[in-house]
Structures are given as structure tokens and as C-alpha cells.
Design a protein around this ligand. Structure first.
Ligand code: ASP
Length: 325
């Protein structure tokens, strides 16, 4: 967000300038504006279209809960994306199995795991939240629930993902390595015009994982946590490490204790790496948003980026990282 745009968009011509210290760098201005920013949408990685979709909905006074669902659905549908929904990489046996979760401002949540043949697991997760007495459905039960509620079954294994899996089968090197590049799990946090927070997280998980493996994304507190009094957090990267540390919950609890989103992400990452001396061998990244619209992000390896939509500007930012490699 350029300072000029901020002034133009907010109309704070005289007031805004005197409030922003002249010494602020571009990123500091961004943080400063963040404290004033509502609505705002944060999205893991470089998922431009999803961020734009959710951000524009927020601009139109749509709730944070609807915005996160509609936003992440963009990537669930995107067949070019091999880490989320339709076109996602299969497990080692050739099945695309999906995990997703959603959490709303009233503290309620829903999730699905090990779900097959349903393009929009986040919407099934929302249905679990809103129309069952439960919080999580998995596998065949989640599938039956989805179909009974009008979700149409669909083969999600794209020709391209199938080809890559066949190539992988030739070596069958079963060592799930999280790539340190773009395009992994989509996690999204929205703060709407009323000041309410919601979040969603959806993924096809690790490529060529064991059949039945579930990652952090559908585990409330691990891949996603939102407390409307405090803030929200999402995680991406090696789910096993995130689950061990219940990292998203920890980040929100740190914010509750008065830490900024940035400090909270960094403390949670220190906790995570302290539990595994091999932390240089995998990637984990966190993204957090507090009630004021302030942002935090932190990852192990360089390369994690996130989208921020605010004041009608949709931008990609590079996260701070632990390792400077
Ligand atoms: N966290 C996801 C999982 O472990 C993967 C990812 O974010 O890339 O399933």
C-alpha cells in the first residue's frame, strides 16, 4: 500500500500525514496502516485470485465467514494447483484425499479429512459446522454426508497430476518432502467491516503421502485457529510438525497475552524448532492477523509469501524467515 493511495482511499489528507512518522519505511507504513485497516484478508502463498475474491466480497460488506469460504474455493476449483482440491497431487496409491477446516467469529468450527471425490471440502466443513452436532467428519462418512447434502462427486485426479504420480511410482522414494516453493496449502484469515474474524484452510496435503494420512489443515488449533476476541492464525508446511505443536492455537494464545502477530509467529516457530533438531530439513510457515488488522508471518526457510488485500489493494509480501539461506 503506497502512502499516497492510503491517503486517497481513506480521505485522511491532513490527519493521515501527521499521524504517520516521516521515518517509517514502506513496510512500517504498511504495519501502521494495518492497525487502521478493516476489512482485510490474508492468504498464504501467492494465491492472487483467491485473495482478490475474498477481499472484494469484504469490500461489499460480506461477512468474514462467507469471504473465507468463497475465497479458498477459488483454489479448490483451480485444476492447475496441485496442492489444493481439484487437480491436487494424489497419495502414494493414486487417490486424491482432501483436508479442510473453517472457523467463524462465534468460535464455532467444522472440518473434514481424508475426503475423496468432492471438489469443495471447505464447504463440506462449513456444512459440518452448521448442520451437524459434530465438528469433524472423515473419509467415507464425510463423503456420504457431502453427497447427501447435494455435493456432486467428481474425479479430482487431473491428467497432469496422474502423470507426475506415475513418474514418482517409477522411483517410489517415499519421503514426503515439503517443497520450499510457492503453491501449498491455502490458509485464509479475514476481518470484515463489522470487525469479525473468520478463517479457512484447505489442502490435498503432502504429495504421495500414505493412504489415510491426515495433516494439520483440518485439525482445529493446528492448521487454523480463530478467536474473534483476539485474532486468527493459519499454518502451511510439514503438517506433522505443526500438529505436534498445535501451532495456530499457540499463536492466538500469544496474541491474547498481548504479543503482536509478528512476535507470536516467531515465538511459536521457536517452540516448533526446539522440538525437532532437524528443522532445517523441512518448511513450516505461519500467518497471523489480530483484531486490529495487524499482520504477522514467519517461516523456517526463505520463500514463503502471503497475500494481503486491504483498502482495495491486493499485494504479495515476502515473509520473514528464520534461516537466511
Ligand atoms: N500442511 C499441509 C499438510 O501437511 C501441507 C502444506 O501446507 O503444504 O498436509
Amino acid at each position: 500500500m503506497k502512502r499516497r493511495n492510503f491517503i486517497r482511499k481513506t480521505g485522511l489528507t491532513g490527519l493521515g500525514l501527521s499521524m504517520i512518522p516521516a521515518s517509517y519505511s514502506r513496510s512500517s507504513i504498511e504495519e501502521f496502516i494495518g492497525t487502521e485497516m478493516k476489512p482485510v484478508c490474508l492468504t498464504t502463498w501467492n494465491f492472487h485470485q483467491a485473495s482478490k475474491k475474498a477481499g472484494e466480497l469484504l469490500d461489499n460488506k460480506i461477512s468474514a465467514l462467507d469471504a473465507v469460504e468463497q475465497g479458498v474455493r477459488v483454489e479448490e476449483k483451480n485444476i492447475q494447483n496441485h496442492t489444493v482440491g481439484n487437480g491436487g497431487a494424489p497419495d502414494r496409491d493414486g487417490f486424491v484425499t482432501l483436508d479442510a477446516s473453517i472457523m467463524g467469529p462465534d468460535g464455532d468450527c467444522g472440518s473434514v479429512a481424508f475426503l475423496q471425490d468432492i471438489e469443495h471440502p471447505v464447504s463440506v466443513a462449513r456444512k459440518v459446522m452448521e448442520s451437524t452436532p459434530h465438528k469433524m467428519l472423515v473419509g467415507k462418512g464425510a463423503y456420504n454426508f457431502a453427497v447427501n447434502n447435494g455435493f456432486k462427486p467428481k474425479d479430482l485426479l487431473s491428467a497432469e497430476s496422474k502423470k507426475k504420480w506415475k513418474n514418482w511410482l517409477a522411483h517410489k522414494n517415499y519421503k514426503p518432502i515439503i517443497n520450499i516453493e510457492n503453491h501449498d496449502t491455502i490458509g485464509m484469515l479475514c476481518l470484515d467491516q463489522k470487525g469479525d474474524l473468520a478463517g479457512a484452510c484447505t489442502t490435498s496435503g503432502l504429495a504421495y503421502k500414505m493412504h489415510g494420512r491426515v495433516g494439520d489443515s483440518p485439525i482445529i488449533g493446528s492448521g487454523l485457529f480463530v478467536d474473534n476476541e483476539v485474532g486468527g492464525a493459519v499454518a502451511t508446511g510439514l503438517g506433522e510438525e505443526i500438529m505436534k505443536n498445535v501451532s495456530s492455537f499457540l499463536i492466538v494464545e500469544l496474541m491474547r497475552q498481548g504479543k503482536s502477530p509478528q512476535e507470536s509467529c516467531e515465538i511459536a516457530m521457536n517452540r516448533l524448532i526446539s522440538k525437532n533438531p532437524n528443522y532445517k530439513d523441512f518448511q513450516v510457515a505461519f500467518l497471523a492477523l489480530n483484531k486490529k488488522g495487524e499482520v504477522g508471518s514467519f517461516c523456517i526457510h526463505q520463500g514463503f509469501t502471503y497475500m494481503k488485500y486491504g483498502n482495495s489493494v491486493n499485494e504479495n509480501f515476502t515473509s520473514k524467515s528464520l534461516l537466511k539461506n
